[in-house]
Design a protein around this ligand. Structure first.
Ligand SMILES: [Zn+2]
Length: 252
């Protein structure tokens, strides 16, 4: 019973943070302030009253439409809010230690912001990366990785692998993706960032390729890589050890 109360609190905090990450993801990439102006409909400029800003719930009550002009509210908002809440609770349930729970929450926060900004504007904002790089450095001072060189090696590998692919393919990968993997490498360490890279590329190829085959994506249409990085990195974080063990048992 006590645990259900804790899960509930974490869920609510996740919803509220998810709604904040939506604002950060959209406004920072457009060079706007996070605090001003207050939320308004991008179409009719109607100011959104407090009772319509309850994460996820308000979207359901408004049936996904602006009350002023009836324009559809992007599905990204409720998806990010509910994902943040569920992932926060999931992390708390399956991660064994305080350090890995905090690491999971940090990762989810960064990746959801990137998901929003990359999907809406195809931008991974430097400001967001810098703030999280600083947070990750502090995290690694408090909870050091072993062996100690894993963080630096993770950053360097993340940078050089994407930089090389980009160089060979003449700029097919955005500069933001390269910087994002440099930052992620520091937190994840060498082994996990390599797995995250592999999984991101895998999801990108499967979903991107599938999208082109079904005609859902046009050929040559640029697609944001951020959502695949978010998916691949979270998979590597949550299930990396199981995947490595499974792989080793296959090849040995
Ligand atoms: Zn409106």
């Amino acid at each position: 019973m006590r645990f259900i109360v804790i899960y509930f609190y974490i869920f609510i905090v996740g919803l509220i943070l998810g709604s904040f990450y939506n604002v950060v993801g959209i406004r920072v990439s457009r060079g706007q302030s996070i605090a001003f102006p207050s939320s308004h409909c991008p179409n009719c400029r109607r100011k959104i009253p407090i009772h319509e800003m309850i994460p996820f719930i308000s979207y359901l009550f408004l049936l996904g439409k602006c009350r002023g002009c009836g324009i559809r509210i992007s599905l990204i908002y409720p998806i990010v809010e509910i994902s943040c809440a569920l992932l926060f609770v999931f992390t708390f349930i399956i991660e064994p230690s305080l350090s890995s729970i905090i690491m999971g929450w940090l990762l989810i926060s960064l990746l959801l912001i990137i998901f929003v900004s990359d999907i809406t504007d195809m931008i991974i904002p430097d400001k967001v990366l810098i703030v999280f790089f600083i947070l990750f450095i502090f995290y690694r001072i408090i909870f050091p990785i072993s062996p100690w060189w894993q963080s630096a090696a993770g950053s360097i590998a993340g940078f050089f692998i994407l930089f090389s692919i980009n160089y060979i393919n003449r700029g097919s990968i955005g500069g933001g993706d390269i910087k994002l993997f440099t930052v992620l490498g520091y937190l994840l360490g060498l082994e996990t960032v390599l797995l995250a890279l592999f999984l991101s590329a895998f999801f990108g190829a499967v979903i991107g390729g599938g999208g082109q085959l079904t005609g859902w994506l046009k050929k040559g249409q640029p697609i944001p890589f951020g959502p695949f990085i978010s998916l691949g990195t979270l998979m590597a974080f949550f299930f990396g050890e199981q995947m490595m063990r499974w792989y080793v048992s296959l090849v040995s």
